[in-house]
Design a protein around this ligand. Sequence first.
Ligand code: ZN
Length: 243
Amino acid sequence: LAVTPTSVPSAPKPQPTQATIADNPATVAPTVKNDVVAQGSSALPEVALTFDDGPSMYTPQVLNILQQNSVHATFFCVGEWIQYYPSYVQQEYSAGNVVANHTWDHPDLTTLSSTDVQTQISKTSALIQQTIGVQPTLFRPPYGAINDSVKSQVAQMNLTPILWSIDTEDWTRPGSDAIVKAVLSQVGNGDVILMHDGGGDRSQTVAALPRIILGLQQRGLKLVTMPQLIQDMNAGTVAPTLN
Ligand code: ZN
């Protein structure tokens, strides 16, 4: 029997900060460690799928769909759930996806002491290192809640804070059609798409995913991981697909 995840507290509507994008696409964005990244380049036809709050019993289905479509995503994992499903995190990594840090048990970090913030993040990075053999480089704050003091702690732990530019609100379970529409009705170059593979019943997210991938590809958008999106933004070009 799979362990049934308790619900991650439902999110107060996070307001992602607007991405800092150079007006002139030829200008290379400065690489500043504690700059929050919410979007890639508006000049490059690529987007990133991101999955938060896992791993969970839904993660294998998400991984199967990604693999069937030969695309990769970025998983912002919650430490306490990595304990229960380490093999899913290993499968994420071995399939070419990126495993990132989403705290130990999903608190609003802006309400915690700096010691507790440190513990939430470092304990999770250590477990990811222990699980897949590499340290995460990316961090997403629960609820998108971040302030200057959290930002500086994140930077000290060699993590780049990541938000998003398209919120599917899949965690509200609006139906798979609505989740598909949330993406395809507004998606464009450089978007970072927020979905969830944990924290509750994610069958609607799973049902929506093949149509989202197909729709993105039909719009000529390449699906890349967050590190790739950031690298290409900084380089100002899309890397060729290597096979
Ligand atoms: Zn979350």
